[in-house]
Every structure is written in structure tokens, then in C-alpha cells.
Design a protein around this ligand. Structure first.
Ligand code: AHG
Ligand code: MN
Ligand code: MN
Ligand code: MN
Length: 337
């Protein structure tokens, strides 16, 4: 059989984002393109460090605790520093919020731009030392009006984001991005150092066969979650139960959910009253991508993207994924299932 020749028309992330910019016409200043370029570069840099972590003594703890009371890993701190430096230097940002920094960073006048970036520099820290998939999550707002940039510019509902995405450091390095016009996935070609469009227009299947939750917390779960889980594990006769998949890195669990369908859950419960995942830089970007891919993202009782944040590190309950699966879950909250 004849092998197919390699493509001679590579759609790189930069090319793709530029063409989207052109589509915006005169409204596009190119600033978002440049900002996304900075994020691309940081991703490649973090990817390289993740890949070599064991070899260059980057595994293990950094010795400090972050504002959430978590012990920071060396890679958490390094990734945070890489992102802050690069985003500041891009000249396109006004406000930065990171999981690893207690306060929002307000960019000095000399470097100031019009965008605010909220990010989780390294997601899935507990998986680092075992070499399991980890990631970076980000969301982007435009400052309000002609603002210089203040914390108010990021205390806004996720639906006001102009772009969101994540990078997954796994068997390959994948960047998944939405600028409000669907979702596209790119794979890093390490020999070129470029992200190539490999997953155009990602749509989450309307129903899946997988559920993803840390079921070890069952004893704390509220009734609707327990009943929903029971319904998918004990379906009416003739139907197959759902399969369980839980990696413990939100990026990896959401990535699989977007591609294969199903439901990802991190509910609030009797122990964690607001859940675990952070609203600004975990729930919002992932909810934005899920909706852009045709899925649903809810707290169980409310659309995630409609939440008005009160503080930058607040948490929220998360259920997201295939439309029909998440709607089934919502019925248990409404008491109508
Ligand atoms: P982070 O490593 O950025 O602190 O995030 C960890 C999060 C998220 O990636 C994952 O979905 C969740 O924590 C896993 O939590 P459990 O270990 O409680 O299941
Ligand atoms: Mn953490
Ligand atoms: Mn995280
Ligand atoms: Mn993190």
C-alpha cells in the first residue's frame, strides 16, 4: 500500500490565530495575537522543563505553601515565574492572577497593555513526580473601557472572557484554545517547536460513556451527586454502566471529556463547602471551552460562566461535559429525575 505524503501546508497556531484576527477586520489590533504568542512560548518552555524534570532536579517540593494552603512543588513555582515574566514582558497585559500568588499582579505602566490573564501555571501538581499528565490553564479578559487595570477587571463572570485555553503536557504537548469562535486543538511538533493544528473545531459528543470524579470522597457527597452516580452505574437493564476514568489533573480529565464525551465532576460536598477547584483560573476557562465545544458546565444549580466572583481565589462546584450527561445530572439537583 502506498503511504500518504506528509502535509506541505502546516497550519501553525500563529498562522491560525492571525487568520482569526484578520477575520475580525479593523477591530483586531494584533494585541491578542501577540499575547497568545507569549503564552505559546511559555508553554513550550514549561513543556521542556516538565519533560526534563527528573533529570534537572525539578521534582519535589519547593518548601513554601501557597495561599490555598497547598505545598508548592518546584515546578509550580518555576512555571508561575516563567508565566509572570513572559506575560509582563509581552507588554499586552494589565492584571495577572495566578494560583500561586496571593495577590493579583498589577503591571507597571511601562509594560502595561489591555489584557488580564488568570492562570493556573501548573495543574495537577500531585501527578508531577509520577510523570502523569499535567497542564497549564488560562483565561483572558480585556480591561474594562480604558482602565489601567485593577482587580475589578478580573472579578467578572467567565462569559466575559475573550479567550481561554489550556496546555496539556502528556504523551504529546497539546494546546487547546478558544477565542470565542469554537475550540481548536494544536499539537507541539518538537522538531519544529511549533504548535500545529491537529484538532480543528472540537465538539464534545452530545453523550458519552465515561464519568470522572474522585469517588473516594463519596462519604461527603450531597444526595443529588450520589443519586446521579448510582443512576449511571446501575442503568436500566439492557444498558451498560458508565466507565470510570479519573486522572486527578483537571487538564487531562477535561481534555479526555472534550474528545470522548462524558462528564467530569468536582462537586462541593459536606466537607468542602465550595468544592475544590478555583473559579477564576480552573472552572471559568474550562467552562468557556466546554460551552464553546457545545457542552454544558454547571455548579449543579447554576451556569458556571454566570458566577460573579467576589475574590480571586474563590472555589466552586464543577460539572462539565456532554450536554445530555450534564443535563441528566442537573435533573437530580432539580429533584426532577
Ligand atoms: P493544582 O495541581 O493546580 O492545585 O490543581 C489540582 C486540582 C485539579 O487538577 C484536579 O482536578 C483536582 O485538583 C484533583 O483533586 P483530588 O486530588 O482531590 O481529586
Ligand atoms: Mn495547587
Ligand atoms: Mn489546578
Ligand atoms: Mn496548579
Amino acid at each position: 500500500s502506498q503511504e500518504e505524503a506528509p502535509s506541505t501546508d502546516l497550519i501553525t497556531l500563529t498562522r491560525h490565530v492571525l487568520s482569526e484576527g484578520f477575520r475580525l477586520g479593523p477591530a483586531a489590533t494584533g494585541d491578542l495575537t501577540l499575547l497568545l504568542n507569549a503564552i505559546q512560548t511559555t508553554s513550550k518552555f514549561i513543556a521542556t522543563n516538565v519533560r526534563r524534570a527528573r533529570l534537572i532536579n525539578l521534582v519535589g517540593l519547593a518548601g513554601e505553601t501557597n495561599v490555598q494552603g497547598e505545598e508548592q512543588k518546584k515546578l509550580d513555582v518555576l512555571s508561575n515565574d516563567i508565566m509572570v515574566n513572559s506575560l509582563r514582558a509581552s507588554g499586552k497585559t494589565a492584571v495577572l492572577v495566578s494560583e500561586e500568588l496571593e495577590e493579583a499582579v498589577i503591571i507597571d505602566e511601562k509594560n502595561r497593555g489591555k489584557y488580564c490573564v488568570v492562570f493556573d501555571p501548573l495543574d495537577g501538581s500531585s501527578n508531577i513526580d509520577a510523570g502523569v499528565n499535567i497542564g497549564t490553564i488560562f483565561g483572558i479578559y480585556h480591561v474594562k473601557g480604558e482602565n489601567k487595570g485593577s482587580v475589578d477587571d478580573v472579578l467578572r463572570p467567565g462569559r466575559e472572557m475573550v479567550a481561554a485555553g489550556y496546555v496539556m503536557y502528556g504523551s504529546s504537548c497539546n494546546l487547546v484554545l478558544s477565542t470565542g469562535n469554537g475550540v481548536n486543538g494544536y499539537t507541539l511538533d518538537p522538531s519544529l517547536g511549533e504548535f500545529i493544528l491537529t484538532h480543528p473545531d472540537i465538539k464534545v459528543p452530545s453523550r458519552g460513556k465515561i464519568y470522572s470524579i474522585n469517588e473516594g470522597n463519596s462519604m461527603y457527597y450531597h444526595e443529588p451527586v450520589l443519586k446521579y452516580l448510582s443512576s449511571i452505574k446501575n442503568p436500566p437493564s439492557g444498558k451498560s454502566p458508565y466507565s470510570a476514568r479519573y486522572i486527578g489533573s483537571m487538564v487531562a480529565d477535561v481534555h479526555r471529556t472534550l474528545l470522548y464525551g462524558g462528564i467530569f465532576c468536582y462537586p462541593n460536598d459536606k466537607k468542602s463547602k465550595s468544592g475544590k477547584l478555583r473559579l477564576l483560573y480552573e472552572a471559568f476557562p474550562m467552562a468557556y471551552l466546554t460551552e464553546q465545544a457545545g457542552g454544558v458546565a454547571t455548579t449543579g444549580t447554576k451556569r458556571i460562566l454566570d458566577i460573579e466572583p467576589k475574590n480571586i481565589h474563590e472555589r466552586c462546584s464543577v460539572f462539565l461535559g456532554s450536554k445530555e450527561d450534564v443535563q441528566d445530572l442537573i435533573k437530580f439537583y432539580e429533584g426532577s429525575a
